[in-house]
Design a protein around this ligand. Structure first.
Ligand code: FAD
Length: 484
């Protein structure tokens, strides 16, 4: 005991430990504040600000939300909340570019940085309105966690923290900025899709390659524009699909609700295509039937067998990603312009390798349907090939430690981590934890769609209720424990 207290600093107690202070962690803290009961909520987040994470840290006005304000409230009980906040913000002179669009506020697509400010202000208001509850931002990466009697202990730097409940809100792990198929030298040459400053240092006419065609690619194109780039852009993706532009389709009958016999990915995709054809034949946007599917995704994914999930991921995922995760109008318009001017070309090809070359780098790509790989030269590479959902491949201390300790196990299809529908994490032996919970992107395997603002907002509300039901009985920490 003496040796223990000499080796380790005192353990600090709290009611809830939230690991990760991006959108998920901030919204959970917000919901817990509004619900009451906890006295001390601790959020571990190395970034300077809570509520932003990767997505909402961008300061570029062109990097907008991919849905309009009416769809992006953080409060599932008040769908107009963002519209109200924006109305006040614009009335106070904020976001003049938004006011200049002369559109109803609910139809605007706000910059993601502004959305981050909205989240922060709502969190700040809730903190001010709950004087008995502290939200403490610990600017450190949580590196390890383990069970203790009555709770969980978390190690962050030299500090140890303990609470009855800990929540993994660790978000997305960026595969995007670590080109896996290149040498460390090419990794150093790869551009962050949001790093306008580095892009501005490229020669104006430099040929640029982008790997991956999701919404991060759209961000990359807008960043290049902001940086003044005027050269050619070659985009590579395995399937050669580009994100569809987001429009505002009218309501459409909920065909999945009306026909519960539709279960397999094949049945679903056939039924959806039929509905889209029907819509088009009636002069209605095909996006209308597609948008009705969203409400059923969690149920469909949950009831599907492992084989059916694999079938979906292998055959339908690229199509789903490009049609469901659609591009905001500004990004879509810029993409269309680049295509029409011939400045952007799209090639269905696989990136095999990348190596430094004079004045840039050489990529080895294998075009779709061909055996032979081909070399291509570019001045720079933007890797927007996606997010790493498989925790076994994430090279951060916490995922490694939790897997090594058997406190978590890979989720279905290796996506994120396994949990029950309440978010209680399932360990290597199959035991459901009553102390360690998870939300947001780590639950990709459980829900499939577990990343968007609406997903995260709904999970934060449900999880706060669940935590309140579990109670906030502080664990015993022995003589070394101090409470702050
Ligand atoms: C570029 C981008 C654009 C997006 N645009 C949209 C959009 O327009 N509309 C939409 O609905 N959704 C969008 N999303 C999806 C979604 O809103 C985000 O993924 C959302 O931010 C998820 O929140 P999160 O807090 O779970 O994850 P993150 O935002 O990734 O935040 C997780 C946080 O946890 C911290 N963290 C991780 N590990 C630890 C640790 N061990 N200790 C301490 N802290 C840790 C990280 O520093 C990070 O800040 C976008 C996502 C991205 C990446």
């Amino acid at each position: 005991m003496i040796a223990e207290s000499l080796t380790h600093p005192p353990v600090i107690t709290a009611d809830v430990l939230i690991i990760g202070g991006g959108l998920s962690g901030a919204l959970l803290a917000w919901q817990l504040l509004r619900r009451g009961g906890a006295r001390m909520i601790v959020v571990f987040e190395p970034r300077a600000e809570l509520g932003r994470g990767e997505a909402y840290s961008t300061e570029e006005p062109d990097h907008t939300l991919n849905a309009n304000a009416a769809r992006m409230s953080i409060d599932p009980d008040a769908p107009d909340d963002l519209t109200h906040w924006l109305t006040e913000h614009l009335a106070a002179g904020g976001w003049p570019q938004g006011a200049a669009q002369r559109q109803p506020i609910e139809l605007l697509f706000p910059p993601r940085g502004l959305f981050g400010r909205y989240v922060q202000e709502r969190l700040g208001q809730a903190m001010a309105e709950a004087p008995g509850i502290s939200v403490r931002h610990v600017r450190a990466e949580a590196e390890d966690a383990w069970p203790v009697p009555g709770g969980i202990c978390v190690q962050a730097g030299t500090q140890r923290w303990q609470a009855p409940i800990a929540v993994l809100a660790t978000g997305v792990f960026p595969a995007a900025r670590t080109p896996r198929r290149g040498s460390p030298a090419t990794a150093a040459l790869a551009l962050d899709p949001w790093d306008v400053g580095r892009m501005a240092r490229l020669p104006v006419e430099a040929p640029v390659a982008i790997v991956g065609t999701g919404l991060t690619m759209i961000d990359g194109l807008l960043s290049l524009r902001r940086a003044g780039h005027q050269g050619p852009v070659q985009v590579f993706s395995r399937h050669g699909l580009l994100p569809q532009p987001r429009r505002q389709p009218p309501a459409w009958p909920d065909f999945l609700c009306l026909d519960s016999s539709l279960r397999t990915p094949l049945q679903l995709s056939r039924a959806l295509r039929r509905q889209c054809r029907l819509a088009v034949s009636q002069g209605v946007d095909w996006q209308a039937p597609l948008d009705t599917v969203r409400a059923h995704v969690a149920r469909l994914w949950h009831q599907a067998s492992e084989g059916q999930r694999r079938q979906f991921v292998r055959h339908l995922r690229p199509w789903w990603e490009s049609h469901h995760h659609r591009s905001p109008p500004q990004g879509a318009a810029w993409l269309a312009q680049l295509l029409s001017e011939g400045r952007l070309t799209l090639e269905a090809a696989c990136l095999i390798a990348s190596e430094p070359a004079p004045e840039g780098l050489e990529l080895t790509v294998r075009p779709r349907g061909r055996e032979q790989a081909e070399p291509r030269r570019f001045a720079a590479l933007i890797d927007s090939s996606g997010i790493e959902y498989d925790w076994r491949r994430v090279e951060r201390p916490l995922p490694r430690q939790l897997l090594a300790r058997g406190l978590v196990r890979p989720g279905p299809l290796g996506l994120g981590i396994d949990a029950d529908p309440s978010g209680a994490v399932i360990g290597a032996t199959g035991q459901v934890s009553d102390r360690l919970l998870a939300m947001g992107p780590p639950l990709r395997g459980l829900w499939w769609e577990s990343t968007s603002v609406t997903d995260v907002a709904a999970q934060a509300r449900a999880l706060a209720l669940h935590i309140a039901q579990l109670g906030f009985n502080a664990p015993k920490v022995g003589k070394t424990g101090v409470s702050q």
